[in-house]
Design a protein around this ligand. Structure first.
Ligand code: DGL
Length: 270
């Protein structure tokens, strides 16, 4: 492991767009003294329907950008990038790398009693089978039911968090998953934590929803402890948000994901 990592350095977090701010929000709550540089590729989102080659190329550019900011830890907040390009990031990074799929898979396994686990995500994430691989690597007896939910990302971005259309869509997507008797459902996409109450209504109370944002914050805290990398400064941390475009309603959507005001937003080209 690289011995030059500086505990005062920021944590780098990235996503295809603003959705990864759900992970930043969980990190801010769990690690209130850590500075964070967030990168959201708002010009090129959504990734969830793009090819593996394109996603790997974009992921390389973002990783290089954040490494140039001397981050001490890199967090892949995007399930789609984690599903198909986590190795690209690990090969490039001298800093440790965490990804939401690992975090979600381990949390699902500790939550499930009957080892029947449902996973929902973008088409690319589900087609990659990354959650199944991560879960089976630890528990080969687990039975997985996966469902691509392409419509959830646009519905969340539209702000239809409680809308009847979102409820109907969720009922349709989750029907085959619930038929399999799952007791745990992994929300395998940055956007889904925002419709968690609606999803819980549809699944009923017998199904535990695993939110990878919370799971990730716990894993990040544990890693900083193991590596002695917690910030020694107990002053207000700095948050920077790097984005590649300012889309319509960016501020409103971003603040909904983050749960607070967006401060230092910088627009960059890659
Ligand atoms: N960030 C993506 C994910 O978690 C969702 C948005 C996209 O498709 O780019 O899978």
């Amino acid at each position: 492991m690289n011995l030059r990592l500086d505990p005062c350095s920021p944590i780098g977090v990235f996503d295809s767009g603003v959705g990864g701010l759900t992970v930043v929000r969980a990190l801010m709550e769990r690690l209130p003294f850590e500075s964070i540089h967030y990168f959201g590729d708002t010009a090129r989102v959504p990734y969830g329907i793009k090819s593996v080659q394109t996603i790997a190329h974009y992921t390389t550019q973002i990783t290089e950008f954040l490494l140039a900011r001397q981050v001490k830890l890199l967090i892949i907040a995007c399930n789609t990038m984690a599903a198909v390009s986590a190795q690209v990031v690990r090969d490039l990074s001298p800093a440790p790398v965490l990804d939401v799929i690992e975090a979600g898979a381990l949390t699902a396994l500790s939550a499930s009693q009957n080892l029947r686990i449902g996973v929902i995500g973008t088409p690319t994430t589900i087609n990659s089978n990354a959650y199944a691989r991560a879960i089976h690597a630890v528990e080969p007896r687990a039975r997985l039911t996966s469902q691509a939910c392409a419509l959830f990302v646009p519905l969340v971005e539209e702000g239809w968090l409680e809308h009847p259309v979102t409820r109907l869509t969720a009922q349709e997507y989750l029907r085959p998953v619930l038929t399999e008797g799952v007791d745990t459902l992994v929300l395998g996409c940055t956007h889904y934590p925002l419709i968690k109450p609606l999803l819980q209504d549809v699944t009923g109370p017998g199904v535990t929803l695993v939110d990878s944002a919370d799971a990730m914050a716990e894993r990040a805290a544990a890693l900083l402890t193991d590596m002695n990398l917690h910030s020694p400064r107990h002053a207000a941390p700095q948050y920077h948000y790097w984005i590649t475009d300012v889309p319509l309603r960016f501020q409103a959507i971003g603040e909904r994901f983050l749960g607070r005001g967006l401060g230092n937003v910088h627009v960059v080209g890659l």
